[in-house]
Design a protein around this ligand. Sequence first.
Ligand code: HEM
Length: 445
Amino acid sequence: MATLTTTIRPPSPPTGFIGGHIMAMRRDPLAFLVNAARDYGDVVFVKVPTFQFYLLSNPTDIERVLVSDHRYFIKGKLVQQQLSFIGNGLLTSEGEFWKRQRRLIQPAFHRARIAAYGQQMVDATARMLDTWQAGQSLDIHAEMMALTLDIVSQALFSADVKGEAQTVGKAIHATLEFFASRRALLPIPERWPTPRNRRNRQATVTLDQVVYRIIAARQGDRTDRGDLLSMLLAAQDDDGSHMTDRQLRDEVMTLFLAGHETTASALSWALYLVARHPEVAARLRNEAQTVLAGRSPTVDDLPNLRYTEMVINETLRLYPPAWRIGREAVQDCEFGGYRIPAGSVIGIAPYVVQRDPRWFAQPDRFDPARWEDGLLKRIPKYAYFPFGGGPRICIGNQFAMMEAVLVLAMVAQSFSLKLVSEQPIKPWPSVTLRPSTGGVMMLVS
Ligand code: HEM
């Protein structure tokens, strides 16, 4: 990294009476961060009692953190604490250990493998749509959670967890609620037996049971199914040792959760936005009906489902499921002429940058057509980054995009969805960005 030339601390919004910005962050973190970047610039100091926190919103600075200077910005203690329930898996591990695990897991996400998952995605979606009936009201978020859970469990672990979708969904909700509550000025210690702490502990037990069952079913029968779980079970260290049960659990849990919750939220937001924009719904349906002509899609249809892809891109711009990415600076650094000390937490928020009017005209407007004519090439690379970037870029990026486009096209081809309530749904920023009501009720026709 370049030598430091400044000692100036970045600007900061006025603080509350006690606790710096923690109360404002707790009330509405999305509005607080968007306003902080708009009013105070690309480098903002956010005062929270427990650590030094800096929000970076300039695409050039973001590229430095994620790509060119990535070795100076680790995931760090905060990310590991926030994601402690997934343990030391691919999302949270660091250094040589992370590199080895990424190399091991990467082949499951190579282009040819992903194409093979396409048929599983289509079959699972067809099964879900078979259960839908015109005139019925459905919680679309619950449907998308169950569907993406079914898809990721089959594709990566050859496991059938359809019967457990509700239990898993409830456990994830309890965990996210718990983590959202940690933003309080004085968070209640995790060990205290409060109802929320108890629900969180029970949720971890429930998720552990599901994940250990998936692993145990295959440890008994070591037949190579050619899936990710077979690769994890077969992996050996230089000394011939296999992964421990705990390590297997952490990797499976990571992919199990990261591999479905985010895509389910993206699809729920997409269906919500489409239902609120009839002109988008009409164009989407028209594309699905023209390209597919009544049949199920295959991966070969993907290049022709361009508008569907634009709807997903625009949804990920406005409601990025990974709404913020955290890093810890391992040494003093400088951004935009300001000094950031070693040990600080660096916050990078796709939610903030992707709503910046410098890169997106009328940034709060849902307008999938903005992606026509090569918008991506005209804006800086890290003005739009729903999957992160650099070596820690989302391993499931192509998997998620393919899944989202196939599912959305199949829904649009078969049904029209209307929101049961006109009331706008607010995003709920926990670890991911979900619909705040917990559910998204829609009428199927
Ligand atoms: C719309 C859906 C998705 C979004 C928006 C998303 C977003 C992200 C982002 C932003 C990161 C980087 C986090 C960071 O740099 O700190 C990430 C990492 C990761 N994602 Fe995703 N993701 C999605 C779907 C998936 C899927 C389908 C899978 C697996 C099947 C997956 C597995 C992972 C894993 C394992 C990592 C950690 C990678 C590493 O550090 O090596 N994600 N994701």
